[in-house]
Design a protein around this ligand. Structure first.
Ligand code: ARG
Length: 462
């Protein structure tokens, strides 16, 4: 086991073992190794190209760094706490492999701009992956929507029956939320993809580096204009955590609906065995664990956003060790969001079945067509508010008589208002109630077909 790092000769002894553990980030920042190596290779190449080191030395550094990549990927390189963090671990191993020239890698660089580069490269890759997961889930929702344009489901406000909907319309609402999530991540990406490399510890460097060259090698879209900002900015991390939290809030709302729908009381969906669990004591139970876990994990991700905001609020410029705390929040956010998107896609693809007979009964047995009666009168010249009051009255008397609106006789309708005719029955049938909401973005079947076509084209962007 190699020794605990001692610092420059200013230090006479090494860290207290407990403090070494307290200080170390290698236990989690090893996750960044791939990006640390890529960033270091770009830095080494820049040092060679600008003549800060010789081209041969740059070659040696690059080859050594690639060897570490292989060693890590094959499980041979497993640095421990003595390395403190991934950056020191790599530099030490490099020096073991290539000899003293390895000690030149850190010329014109600080761990401050290095770690900033690593996290940005990491987040960049993760954002792409999360976007792919979003697309997959959108695809599943869209397919389900296509199959259910004419399936009706009660629509709610205040969790009270409001107006019936096309199930496709309901599912497409989540499709559009996810579309905004996708757009938001693409937007965050723009601010993630700026290079801090070459900011040095905080003030830049005395060497004739070429920041634009490293940025180009690493496919960054630009470089930080200010070195202090470059090393201490974590806005992009907060923005990412915010975008991730919003994704989770969307998934959590959908989860809550599935949980309600799968209850005996609603019985709108049946959970398939592949996505539900039983109880250890109550043999009749089938529990919606997937949506419950997604709902539960939402708290964690939103917590990380708070954590990052609080991490930053009191930090003076520039780097402070507090910033080491950004990583676990980001790693856990990424892992959780990916897992939840994947689980929800599986749940909707194969884990639940809409109980269409039950849904058809549900929309037929309530007063969710009352607005349509008022609209019927309003379309025949009765001022809407007056019509609304009349229908309120008829709902009240029907409730008292244990009847639904469809059970009223034509005489009863005409006593209420002479404008009613036989076509009232057609106007209040659930299918017609849905079909008639043909305003742009509404649940009318013709609109839903258009919305499906729009969603298809939205999915084509990448
Ligand atoms: N492990 C550190 C982090 O994650 C790397 C940067 C350390 N920089 C320093 N000046 N101590 O933030």
């Amino acid at each position: 086991m190699s020794q605990q790092q001692t610092w420059s000769q200013r230090f006479e002894s090494s860290l207290h073992p407990a403090i070494a553990i307290f200080n170390a980030s290698i236990g989690f920042d090893i996750e960044l190794i791939e990006y640390d190596l890529t960033g270091s290779i770009a830095h080494a190449r820049m040092l060679g190209r600008t003549g800060i080191i010789s081209p041969q030395e740059a070659e040696q550094l690059t080859a050594g760094l690639e060897q570490i990549r292989q060693e890590y990927n094959s499980g041979q390189f497993t640095p421990g706490v003595e390395a403190e963090d991934v950056h020191f671990a790599v530099e030490r191993r490099l020096t073991e492999i290539v000899g003293d020239v390895g000690k030149k890698l850190h010329t014109a660089r600080s761990r401050n701009d290095q770690v900033g580069t690593d996290i940005r490269l990491y987040l960049r890759a993760q954002i792409q992956q999360i976007c792919t997961h979003i697309r997959q889930f959108q695809q599943v929702l869209l397919q389900l929507a296509e199959q259910n344009v004419e399936t009706l489901i009660p629509g709610y406000t205040h969790l009270q029956r409001a107006q019936p909907l096309s199930l496709a319309h309901h599912l497409l609402a989540y499709f559009q939320m996810l579309q905004r999530d996708w757009d938001r991540l693409k937007d965050v990406y723009k601010r993630v993809n700026i290079s801090p490399l070459g900011s040095g510890a905080l003030a830049g460097t005395t060497f004739p580096i070429d920041r634009h060259y490293t940025a180009e090698l690493l496919e960054f879209d630009g470089v930080y204009a200010n070195s202090l900002d470059g090393v201490s900015d974590r806005d992009f991390a907060i923005e990412f955590a915010c975008a991730a939290s919003i994704i989770m809030v969307h998934l959590s709302r959908l989860s809550e609906e599935v949980i309600l729908w799968s209850s005996e009381e609603f019985s709108f969906v049946k959970l398939k065995d592949s996505c539900a669990t039983g109880s250890s004591i109550m043999p009749q139970k089938k529990n919606p664990d997937v949506p419950e876990l997604v709902r539960g994990k939402t708290g964690r991700v939103c917590g990380h956003l708070q954590g990052l905001l609080m991490l930053m609020k009191g930090l003076p410029l520039a780097y402070n060790k507090d910033l080491q705390e950004d990583k676990e929040a980001l790693f856990d956010t990424v892992k959780t969001v990916k897992a939840c998107l994947e689980a929800m896609a599986i749940l909707f693809q194969e884990g639940l079945e809409f109980r269409t007979t039950r849904l058809a009964e549900a929309v037929a047995e309530d007063f969710s067509n009352a607005t349509d009666v008022a609209d019927y009168l309003a379309a025949r010249g009765v001022p809407f508010r007056e019509a609304y009051n009349l229908v309120g009255k008829v709902v009240k008397t029907s409730l008292a008589a244990g009847k639904l609106l469809k059970d009223l006789t034509i005489q009863e309708w005409q006593e209420l208002h002479p404008a009613f005719a036989e076509d009232i029955y057609e106007a209040i049938a659930p299918r017609q109630v849905v079909a008639a909401r043909n305003s742009y973005g509404g649940t009318g079947f013709a609109q839903v077909e258009k919305a499906i076509a729009i969603a298809r084209t939205q999915l084509e962007a990448n």
